[in-house]
Design a protein around this ligand. Structure first.
Ligand code: FUM
Length: 571
């Protein structure tokens, strides 16, 4: 069955995916473009972005300043040519969204308002209250409806990419409504499936962030880059992991320990609450381990105090945070400080691409959190990620459309029927029929999350990482040989989708573990208690991992330095 054929298929309906689809659809050749997403696009994780999107817009700012802040924030691992491209393109993207109707917050003079964010040296973050993700996503989705050459396949789960030689030819996908598998042919495919936060126990990420695109790319022969760099956001609600936006600190909020002390003066005295996330997350956990945290039903925490900001600022600038704290912690930030602790938030690593979104597989592109250009290096600055989705989503869309305009369609129908047969065998005849076995899916999934949290969290050690890797390998075998599914129906079988996601997550976790083990230094978010210093001589390089027979194989790639020589990272 090959029911569909497109010039460009975008996998993922979040900010990067929709921006890519819009740019591809606007190409002069008017290519046919499909957006294939496992959820309705407004449920993509972009919707939960809160604080804002960074861009140089005014006289008080400059491209060099945004570049330098990003590069220093990255602990000098970002590719500086990519960063320079990014900071120049970001303002164009923000202005474009403004013209498309995105309801950004404005100053009294009518200009786009900008707020402070961690690691940024000036107010640079454009915002829409504290619901930037919802408004950007809504604007982009509405915009796609103007294009009759964009087709959406909502609630289709992509199970594999089809390649011949080193070229992508399309994909197989499962329609949730029917459980049927189908082939979608494509001249170019863009993966914009977001990160993989759900490999961790405690995360701000939605359930859908399971590293699908990263694993798909790997299985098609692409590289992952810098997977050891996992960002932990300093302020999530204990228990749920719900994000308490950094915008709260951007607006002047304080972090306090149990003695009511603004403890960051000991860690980032110049920046205090506007220090970078890697440093602040470590500071919070140090306070907790030195018994200056507080204890609650969901473990230890510190306090985010907004009371001094006053009702007007909180209600105008942080209404969503107020609502979330009230609903999920039973706390009014007007009257009480909010309990917070670090939670996994973002992957700096991802599918290795260049600035045009290209991978090493011809016709295969990636963008957004699923990808690694790299502009974020070892630690991303808050509010750079939505801008990254827009800038590199557009770039991937443009280049994929250009590529598709210059290649022919695959004539080899056997390639597609074989690919479909293989997936039917793996999924319908394999996974769906696994009615006996020792382990339920959730046993493996919860254990995977526990071991990742134990060995690959904010503070790492050789021994812990080794244990995690060994456990992950055991879990992979258990998943393959000893797991059963309870639901063997075809229609809306969410257990089957969870099994496919778990398969992806186990693969991606191994890339994180192997990359982390081999980086024998501390840099940005990769902090090793047994190797606490940065080692530019040996590790000023990107980690590349590729699928091998026994697990990920590792190579290294030099970092591109243009103007900013690596220096000590002091705030
Ligand atoms: O805290 C926040 O609003 C998160 C922003 C980001 O990760 O860019």
């Amino acid at each position: 069955m090959d029911r569909f054929s497109y010039d460009v298929i975008v996998v993922g309906g979040g900010a990067a995916g929709l921006r890519a689809a819009l740019e591809a659809a606007a190409h002069k050749t008017k290519p046919s473009v499909a957006v294939v997403s496992k959820v309705y696009p407004m449920r993509s994780h972009t919707v939960s972005a809160e604080g804002g999107t960074a861009a140089v817009l005014r006289e008080h700012d400059s491209f060099d300043s945004h570049s330098f802040d990003t590069i220093k924030g990255s602990d000098y691992l970002a590719d500086q040519d990519a960063v320079e491209f990014f900071v120049r393109e970001a303002p164009k993207e923000v202005i474009r969204l403004d013209h498309w109707g995105c309801p950004f917050t404005r100053d009294e003079d009518g200009r786009l308002a900008q707020r402070a964010f961690g690691g940024m040296s000036v107010k640079r973050t454009v915002f829409a209250g504290d619901k930037i993700g919802f408004h950007i996503l809504h604007t982009l989705l509405q915009r796609t409806m103007l294009f009759d050459n964009i087709t959406r396949h909502d609630e289709w789960f992509v199970t594999s990419l089809i390649t011949s030689g080193t070229r992508v030819r399309g994909l197989t996908a499962l329609e949730l409504k029917t459980g049927e598998l189908g082939v979608m042919k494509a001249k170019a495919v863009i993966l914009a499936t977001g990160g993989c936060g759900r490999v961790y126990e405690f995360t701000t990420n939605g359930w859908i962030k399971t590293g699908d695109g990263m694993a798909l790319a790997c299985r098609a022969g692409a590289y992952l880059k810098d997977m050891e760099f996992v960002q932990f956001h300093p302020t999530a609600l204990p228990g749920t992991g719900i994000l308490m936006t950094e915008a709260a600190r951007g607006e002047g909020g304080y972090l306090l320990n149990k003695d009511n002390e603004r403890f960051l003066k000991r860690y980032v005295p110049e920046k205090m609450e506007l220090g970078p996330r890697d440093v602040i997350s470590r500071a919070i956990l140090t306070e907790i381990s030195e018994r200056r945290g507080l204890d609650g039903p969901y473990g230890s925490y510190v306090l985010l105090d907004l009371r001094h900001l006053g009702r007007e600022t909180i209600e105008k600038k942080l209404p969503f945070l107020k609502e979330l704290a009230e609903k999920y912690a039973g706390i009014s930030p007007l009257n009480e400080p909010i309990p917070v602790r670090p939670a996994q938030h973002y992957m700096m690593g991802g599918i290795s691409i260049d600035a045009s979104g290209r991978t090493v597989v011809a016709g295969l592109y990636a963008a957004g959190e699923a990808a690694c250009v790299s502009i974020n290096g070892a630690n991303r600055l808050g509010s750079n990620s939505l801008s990254e989705c827009l800038v590199f989503g557009a770039s991937a869309g443009r280049h994929a459309a250009e590529y598709a305009a210059n290649v022919g369609e695959a004539a080899d129908t056997e390639l597609f029927s074989e690919a479909l047969k293989l997936e039917e065998k793996r999924i319908h005849d394999g996974l769906l029929k696994r009615e006996s076995g020792k382990f339920r899916l959730s046993d493996i999934r919860e254990e995977m999350r526990r071991v990742n949290e134990a060995g690959l969290s904010v503070f790492r050690r050789e021994e812990g990482m080794r244990t995690t890797l060994a456990e992950l390998r055991k879990l992979r075998e258990r998943f393959r040989n000893e797991t059963y599914l309870e639901d063997s129906e075809m229609v809306f079988n969410t257990e089957l989708i969870s099994a496919l996601e778990l398969d992806f997550m186990l693969e991606v976790s191994e890339h994180i573990a192997v990359s982390a083990l081999l980086r024998r230094e501390s840099r940005g978010a990769h902090y090793r208690l047994d190797k606490p210093s940065r080692d530019d001589e040996n590790f000023l390089q990107h980690t590349l991992t590729r699928r091998g027979l026994e697990g990920p194989e590792v190579e290294y790639l030099p970092v591109t330095i243009t103007k900013w020589k690596p220096a000590a990272r002091v705030y």
